[in-house]
Design a binder for this molecule. Sequence first.
Ligand SMILES: [Zn+2]
Length: 235
Amino acid sequence: MPTPTIEKLLILQDRDQKRLAQEGLLRTIPRDVAAIEQKIAGEQTALEAARAGLQQLELKKKALESEIAAANEQMGRYRSQQLQVRKNDEYQALGVEIAHSQTAIGVLEEKELEVMYAIDEARRNIAAAGVELKRNVGGHEARIRLLRERESVLQGELEAAQALVATAREGVDETVQRLYDRLISKPGFPAVVAVREGKCGGCHLKISSNVGSESRKADKVVTCDQCGRIVYWES
Ligand SMILES: [Zn+2]
C-alpha cells in the first residue's frame, strides 16, 4: 500500500496534471487569436494590393489618353500642312505621315480598350473582394470573441485547479515538495510512479534491491536509481 506521504503526493500529482492540462489549453488561445488576426490582415493586404493594381491601370489609361491626343494633334498638323504644300512629292510624303499616325493611333486605341476592360474587371473583383472581406472579418471577429470567452472560463477553471493543488500540498514535507516540484516541472513526466514487478513505472528499468527495500519501509520517500522519479511499492 502507498504510504501516507505517497498518497498525498499522488493526489497532488493528479491535481497538478489537471492544472498543467488547463494551462496548456489556455496557452493555445493567444496563438489561435493571433492566427485569426493574421488571416484578417492577410485578406486586407490582398484587397489593398488589388486597389493599388487598379490605380496603376487608371494611370496607364490616362497616359494612353494623352498619347492618343498628342498623336491626333500631330496628325492634324500634317493635314493642315498638306493643304498648304504645292509640290506633289511633299503632299505624298505628308500623306505617308498621316497614314503612319492613323496606324499608331489605332494601336494606342486598342491598348486603351484593353486597359478599360482590365479596369472594369479589377473594379468588379475589388467590389466582390470587399464584400467577401466584410463577411469574413465578421466571422473572424465572432470567432475571436468566442475564444476570449473561452479564455476567461479556462482562467477561472485554472484558478480553481491551482487552489486544489495548494490544498493538496498541505501537510507534505517541504523537502519532499521540492523534490516533487523538480520532477513535475518536466512536461508529460509523472513524478510519482509505482514499482511493478521490480521495475520503475516511469522508465521501466529494474530498480535496485536497496531502493526496493527502502520503498517498502513506512513513510519513506525513495527515488528510482535510473530516472530519479519518486517510486512506491503498490502492494
Ligand atoms: Zn525510473
